[in-house]
Design a protein around this ligand. Structure first.
Ligand SMILES: C[S@@+](CC[C@H](N)C(=O)[O-])C[C@H]1O[C@@H](n2cnc3c(N)ncnc32)[C@H](O)[C@@H]1O
Length: 390
């Protein structure tokens, strides 16, 4: 069989110019007819088909040529394979992202990564997607998936509604911080009070007027009932508001108390914003999750990178506190009991709910967290900081 250039071009789906270029590169060779037309053989057709196969493997024309001449460079081919594998991983990620953005798949990994790499932009983006600040925080810290958020929070709250403590802590640890204050406070703001275990403790052990603030109305309702029962209603009130926009004038308090809550808006932000509400020499007591070792295990690093990317060592937090204009009067690590008092009830509640919510991501996350605490506590812990405005 022989072919004119136009016939060959049609058979292999290439342009005439490409075929002439290939001929110049000596990949194919025509013969001239008496009328001057180029004529190609079946061999040329097959070479072109083989060439297209090799090009489909991502090889350049030169590389294809080497292969055709049986000079296959194995190292080059292996490099090409590696590049291709990397591209496949990249494309797979792109696919997952598109799937997630169209509501067809999980957005977890994307949210986790976005929160690590660009936390502020990620947070603003969540708000643009229609999440109010409270739910943007819940999404950032808890559900980590806007497609699953509502179900996740409903399941999560089924666990937390029945618990008194919403973070690690004990009466003894809180009282220890209170005794480290230079003087007894008179006007106290308890930020992120939850159900107010610390609030009622402060009410019992001081004569201060106290405002217990949280943005979760159900927790505040339970606290109010307890305040009435315990006879503190005359000097302790609740306020449903956000810790990021506190509705008080500057220098309103001589003590701000924040157990396990500053991380929500970021410790550095909290230090800066809350300081303005403190009177000169006013105090801030806050607890925060910190690294207790300089060389944590990879498992811990991976876990906290997802759960609390801004976790710092005690020394680093102290430096930030000083730079924010606070004197660090004292600090201590919360007892192991503080963790047990928190995670044992969480675990129990998760186990109770497992039967009715067998596929709940929230329950799976909580079970995973508890298991992680049990095995890795000590590499990290909660640190209580007692600070005074300089
Ligand atoms: C880890 S819990 C600590 C609760 C309590 N201090 C304790 O130790 O049990 C954090 C608390 O912060 C509250 N919270 C979350 N976001 C908030 C916000 N933007 N403003 C005020 N409180 C918030 C939650 O409702 C929750 O009660």
């Amino acid at each position: 069989m022989s072919y004119l250039i136009s016939e060959l071009a049609e058979l292999v789906g290439l342009s005439r110019t490409t075929l002439l270029y290939y001929e110049k590169q000596k990949l194919i060779a025509s013969k001239r007819q008496a009328n001057g037309y180029r004529i190609y053989s079946d061999k040329d057709l097959q070479i072109l088909r083989l060439l297209k196969q090799l090009q489909a493997g991502g090889l350049t024309l030169k590389e294809c040529q080497s292969c055709l001449e049986a000079k296959i460079d194995q190292v080059m081919l292996k490099n090409r394979l590696q590049q291709l594998d990397a591209q496949i991983v990249q494309k797979q990620k792109a696919r997952e992202l598109l799937e997630a953005l169209t509501g067809l798949g999980s957005m977890r990994q994307w949210h986790i990564l976005a929160n690590q790499l660009a936390p502020d932009a990620h947070f603003d983006w969540l708000k643009q997607q229609g999440f109010d600040e409270k739910h943007a925080f819940y999404l950032k810290w808890l559900s980590k998936d806007m497609n699953e958020h509502d179900q996740y929070m409903a399941d999560f709250m089924q666990v937390y509604h029945s618990l008194d403590r919403w973070g690690p802590g004990t009466k003894e640890d809180s009282l220890r911080a209170l005794t480290l204050l230079p003087s007894m406070p008179k006007k106290v703001l308890d930020i992120g009070c939850g159900k107010g275990l610390s609030t009622t403790l402060l009410a019992e052990h001081t004569e201060a007027n106290i405002i217990a603030l949280d943005n979760e109305p159900t927790a505040l309702k339970q606290l109010e009932n307890r305040l009435i029962e315990q006879g503190f209603k005359d000097r302790v009130s609740t306020q449903c508001a956000s810790m990021t926009e506190l509705p008080y004038s500057p220098e309103s308090f001589d003590l701000i108390w924040a157990e396990g809550s500053a991380y929500i808006m970021g410790v550095e932000n909290a230090l800066k914003q809350w300081k303005t509400l403190l009177q000169p020499q006013g105090c801030l007591v806050l607890s925060d999750l910190v690294w207790l070792t300089e060389s944590p295990s990879q498992a811990s690093v991976d876990f906290w990178q997802q759960e609390y990317p801004d976790m710092q060592t005690v020394a680093k937090r102290i430096e930030q506190m000083r730079l924010s204009g606070f004197e660090v009067l004292a600090h201590f690590t919360l007892s192991d009991q503080a963790w047990l008092d928190y995670y044992l009830p969480v675990n129990q509640r998760v186990n109770e709910l497992k039967k009715t919510l067998p596929n709940s991501t929230a329950l799976q996350d909580l079970a995973r967290e508890v298991a992680f605490y049990k095995t890795h506590l000590g590499e990290f812990g909660y640190e209580m900081f007692v600070l005074k405005v300089c």
